[in-house]
Design a protein around this ligand. Structure first.
Ligand SMILES: N[C@@H](CCC(=O)N[C@@H](CS)C(=O)NCC(=O)O)C(=O)O
Length: 222
């Protein structure tokens, strides 16, 4: 099968970019990558990204925005599928991806908010969401069992962020979510997940949190 020419417009720390790269690697799609500075994006960025967000996939130079649209497109143009075949199982996977988006928002706010109340609320939300996820998680090793799916591609970058945050401030967010802790360990060892970020990711992410002046950064003493 001949594939289009694929280029991913990216920002190195972006979890939405990572899910696209994980999909590219899982589906063995050859691609180029261009990192841009989101604080000072290039002039052409608005033309390819109506919301001025990454990732953007250039498909034979035609832009496609929104990470799940990108992941599903890549999944559909390659053999096999990272979604279950059964329509209801597939719909449930999409629902848990949306749950992942909510969790990601809470993790981001937990790490970056400048307000003590917001910090506590977001930490509680992160723990509650992980506990809820644990109740629904079937048992692994991946979300759908033996097969890696797009749900795994969405949660892996969140677990990577939480791993970095754990390194800065001892805080076991998985204390009521033991199955999710094991799922996180499994995902963080998967080659596509490891290779979805530059080698400097941990240092760069920690530096960004340190420089944010957030309550998290203050409590972590960084
Ligand atoms: N819903 C979008 C979210 C993408 C997103 O928020 N990307 C962030 C970087 S992680 C971004 O580009 N932010 C730039 C901005 O908001 O100006 C997707 O799934 O692709």
């Amino acid at each position: 099968m001949s594939l289009p020419r694929i280029k991913l417009i990216s920002f190195a720390l972006c979890p939405f970019v990572q899910r696209s790269i994980i999909t590219l690697l899982e589906k063995e799609v050859p691609y180029e990558i261009e990192y841009i500075n989101l604080d000072n994006p290039p002039a052409w960025f608005h033309e390819v990204s109506p919301l001025e967000k990454v990732p953007v996939l250039l498909v034979d130079d035609e832009p496609l925005f929104e990470s799940m649209a990108i992941c599903e497109f890549l999944d559909e143009i390659t053999p096999g599928s990272l979604y279950p075949e059964d329509p209801f199982a597939r719909a449930k996977n999409r629902a848990w991806i949306e749950f992942g988006n909510e969790l990601l928002g809470a993790v981001y706010s937990y790490a970056t908010t400048g307000e003590e109340t917001g910090y506590k609320q977001n930490l509680m939300t992160v723990k509650d969401r992980l506990e809820t996820l644990d109740e629904f998680f079937a048992g692994g090793p991946y979300f759908n069992g033996e097969e890696f799916s797009l749900v795994d591609a969405v949660y892996a970058p969140i677990f990577r962020m939480l791993r970095c945050l754990e390194g800065l401030q001892e805080q076991n967010v998985y204390e009521d979510a033991p199955k999710i802790a094991r799922w996180a360990d499994t995902l963080l060892q998967r080659p596509s997940v490891i290779n979805a970020v530059p080698a400097s990711y941990n240092d760069d992410y920690c530096a960004r949190i340190q420089s944010s002046g957030s309550v998290f950064a203050q409590k972590a003493g960084v």
